[in-house]
Design a protein around this ligand. Structure first.
Ligand SMILES: [Zn+2]
Length: 236
């Protein structure tokens, strides 16, 4: 039997049979994988703490003909403290939901971003939505859409007033805006620019206030829905 070792995080888990679990994990080495854990819902199961979402660790997986069975997990972090704050928990769930829906292939840079985003939510006192906003900016960047730019993506003119062209997910000038473009206020753009350039472990230093931060989350959610066809999970 071949076995594989991957560093991965559990993004979705469901009960199967009497005591088994089916896990969707996102791994550094192989991207998304479907694996099963045998007998793991039993009281004395040795892997039971590794069966829940957010569990991040080194998984040893035995590859049989039809299934990938987890035989051992060395947990690095299970982000347990997320469960103590409902706002942070839902924001972290939104990150897993995005990975579940729109990412398939391995992406080492994105993998590191996911862990950093979850750490910021779990251990730092970051204002609501700042982590998910920054994470969405990173996801759009991974999709090839550059949100933070001083130039119109259609004509190259320097941007004074900005519009987000939802068809392409990039900023355009007033002359290039289309029917599916929405205005991006200066306050909103400033929030996005600062979030984009601030590392996850420094987000705790930011406090914007005002309309800019509410507009930023609304704009990013709308762009996510247009880019992917999925809604953001309800975070309010
Ligand atoms: Zn233009």
């Amino acid at each position: 039997m071949a076995s594989t070792k991957v560093k991965a995080i559990v993004i979705r888990s469901s009960n199967v049979k009497d005591k088994d679990k089916l896990l969707h994990i996102y791994s550094l080495e192989q991207g998304k994988m479907l694996v099963s854990m045998r007998g793991v819902r039993g009281e004395k199961a040795k892997l039971k703490s590794a069966k829940e979402i957010f569990c991040f660790g080194e998984f040893i997986i035995e590859n049989t003909k039809n299934t990938n069975i987890v035989t051992s997990v060395s947990i690095i972090d299970n982000f347990y403290d997320l469960s103590k704050n409902i706002d942070k928990y839902y924001e972290a769930c939104a990150i897993l939901d995005i990975i579940d829906k729109v990412v398939q292939e391995p992406d080492p840079q994105l993998f590191i971003i996911i862990i950093k985003a979850l750490k910021a939510l779990c251990y730092d006192d970051v204002k609501k939505f700042y982590v998910i906003d920054k994470f969405l900016l990173d996801i759009f960047s991974a999709m090839g859409c550059n949100f933070i730019t001083e130039r119109c993506s259609s004509c190259g003119a320097t941007l004074g007033s900005r519009y987000l062209n939802l068809d392409i997910g990039e900023l355009v000038c007033p002359a290039c805006k289309t029917l599916s473009s929405v205005a991006v206020s200066d306050a909103c753009y400033s929030v996005l620019r600062i979030l984009s350039s601030t590392p996850y472990d420094k987000l705790t230093t930011l406090k914007f206030g005002g309309m800019g931060e509410a507009q930023a989350f609304n704009l990013l959610s709308k762009n996510y829905e247009w880019r992917t066809g999925y809604s953001m999970i309800n975070l309010i």
